[in-house]
Design a protein around this ligand. Structure first.
Ligand code: SAM
Length: 249
């Protein structure tokens, strides 16, 4: 259901939080580094520049994403569900970028992830917290209208409040830091907001519709986005709030 090509259209902007996250991981010469929900693998492969000596593994449940990721050399890519995947060796760095929002129950999963860490291991993750932005409100609202509600059964991506992540990590005995950042992505116009969402939040909706219904849904959603994100003097700005957590044993 994931389309690496579509996802990578805004790869540069999508990659910025990943780079900001990695910058706060203080691991020195880690040997085992894993990226859960690695997607098309660009960012995972980039970790080799930061930690050239490390054995780096990307894990993702999407065959399409893993196929795309395997174009990168020097990194191992594994197709697996992160809820059941387990490493062969203790991990010095365990990352997950823009993925946990797709995993219901991910807060409870943290203790399992922490159990994979080496005695000096780091856990670092980032997830969006923009689900009350017009982009997502309009999407849920449209999907809930009489025209669409009978055709769609969507598990929407979701995040907890930042304090919940901090409490969970501290309860697990880690030193932890949690923060938020809002990125103001400059896009050409509201149609770019649509294209951005086609690579992520729109994906579970479109996957449930046939071609004709999909086109109709997209046109209705496009009209709503034109109202919510009108083109101004500097194009359209998409505010994107994100939660970051970095923890170590
Ligand atoms: C928004 S993409 C993020 C990709 C990459 N981390 C990045 O930042 O560009 C989310 C990825 O999470 C993966 N994913 C979602 N649920 C997963 C699960 N339960 N196990 C493994 N991967 C999962 C999807 O297949 C997708 O590639």
């Amino acid at each position: 259901m994931w389309d690496p090509q579509q996802y990578l259209i805004y790869g540069d902007q999508r990659g910025r939080p990943f780079r900001d996250l990695v910058a706060q991981v203080g691991a020195v010469e880690p040997r085992e580094v894993v990226d859960l929900g690695c997607g098309p693998g660009e960012l995972t492969a980039g970790l080799a520049q930061r930690w050239p000596q490390a054995h780096i593994v990307g894990v993702d449940s999407s065959p399409e994403m893993i196929e795309r990721a395997r174009q990168h050399t020097g990194v191992e890519f594994v197709e697996a569900d992160l809820r059941t995947w387990e490493p062969g060796r203790p991990l010095d760095v365990l990352m997950s970028n823009a993925t946990l929002q797709w995993v219901p129950g991910h807060l409870e999963l943290l203790s399992r992830l922490v159990s994979f860490l080496s005695p000096t291991g780091w856990l670092a993750f980032q997830l969006p917290a923009n689900f009350d932005e017009p982009s997502h409100v309009e999407l849920r609202d449209l999907a809930g209208t009489a025209r669409w509600s009978g055709l769609l059964e969507v598990t929407w991506p979701a995040a907890h409040p930042p304090l919940a992540y901090l409490a969970a990590l501290l309860d697990l005995g880690l030193d932890a830091e949690v923060w938020e950042s809002t990125y103001y992505h400059q896009l050409d116009g509201p149609d770019d907001v649509l294209e951005w969402l086609r690579g992520s939040a729109l994906r579970p909706v479109l996957a449930q519709l046939d071609d004709t219904a999909r086109d109709e849904f997209i046109e209705q959603f496009r009209a709503r986005l034109h109202g919510a994100y009108p083109k101004g003097q500097h194009g359209t700005v998409l505010p994107y709030r994100r939660i970051f957590a970095v923890a170590r044993r």
